[in-house]
Ligand binder design. Sequence first.
Ligand code: UGA
Length: 454
Amino acid sequence: MNVSILGTGYVGLTTGACLAFLGHNVTCVDADHEKIAVLERGGVPFYEPHLAELLADAHPNLCFTSEYAEAIPPAQVIFIAVGTPPGKDGAPDLRYLEAAAHGIGKHLTGEFAVVVNKSTVPIGSGNWVGSLVRDKACEKAKGRFAVASNPEFLREGTALHDSLYPDRVVIGADEEQTAEVLYTLYRPILDQTFQAPPYLPRPEELGAVPLISTDLASAELIKYAANAFLALKISYINEVGQLSEKVGADIAQVAKGIGLDARIGTRFLQAGIGWGGSCFGKDTAALIATASEYGLEMPIVKAAREINRRQRDRVVEKLLSELKILKGRTIGLLGLAFKPHTDDLREAPALDIARKLIERGARVKAHDPVAMDRFRKESESNGRLAEVFCCETPEDVAREADALVLVTEWPQYRELDWEPLAQIMHTAIVLDGRHALDRTRLTRAGFRYVGIAC
Ligand code: UGA
């Protein structure tokens, strides 16, 4: 099928690469000419494991442009995957979505096309996008398009795996004909009939992928409800972690013990500093904002946000309690990205923690295996974050530091040679913000090990 994808962020580019790999003709569109130039040269504008390889394999079926006039007329399916950053009062800023819908409307030719909302959009956006497209469409095209919702559940860092081998595909459409187009598009994924790339092997236990075919509003709500549930699952284990610390329990064992109940599940019960990233914060805020339009409070979702906010304060409190005075101390952060295997710094706990420590007079050094360049660029004009001292190696972070904080559980940090690090620190304290380090090994290496919930 001929597919156009508007927006080449994590969602748009991953979707484009996967669909092209499956044999569809895909045009990826972005207003950012520089990004398009990078993609045309075979580059990738952000760090995502295996994306460069998949783009290279899908190359014959892929093209890149900034021109809607080129991308929209031949497309049978048009994905909107533009950014919906947080706006005022928790509601997302929809200006890019609006521009995309207008751009589509202007260039529809009258051949039937399905416009798919892939960006995370507020409930009711399907209807809104439909009216925006119609406003700009010529008479011939006005009744010749339909809108669908196809929310994305990929996680950064495992985006390609999640897209090729999803737990489910959700399609929201108000007419059967619209849904049929998307079943055809996704058939190789639903039936798992494609040849898996060698660098992304198919999980052995995976059979056919379940399809949820529903109306527009339900599909839109599924996305928000899923992200909010995952966020509150993490906040729940972090709340239990606080109690666990008081009563002297081991939160990792508690999480395992409750998670092995199949009704609960072990995933997303990793206690620690809490969630960051561009999705959970934005989507929980948007869910609360939408609910308030209907006079609903969403107290559980609000509590999840509050607990998450407090986890970051707890890092500073713990350091204060260990070091007594933060003014003039040097704190080293291991990890800046909001999670491992990405260079994404949006809503990263490390940034918040660095800011709080600097405000209290501490000196902050930091290292990240892939996010350093992005951090240098983004922090240059970012208030006090510009004061963070960027280090080339974890050893440089440790040298003369009063404490290290593991903020992002990159695998290479677990494998560090801790003994020499303890020797070059001013005081050998490590705060394991992700429950990722081996307490016994660190203690043997000469560290005082401090956990966030133990
Ligand atoms: C999240 C969802 O998991 C995806 O399903 C969804 O598609 C995506 O948002 C989105 O809406 O685009 P993502 O934000 O990429 O994906 O990353 P996650 O793996 O969900 O991690 C989010 C944060 O939670 C990270 O900071 C991570 O460190 C933290 N986390 C995760 C925990 O603190 N504990 C856990 O047990 C799991």
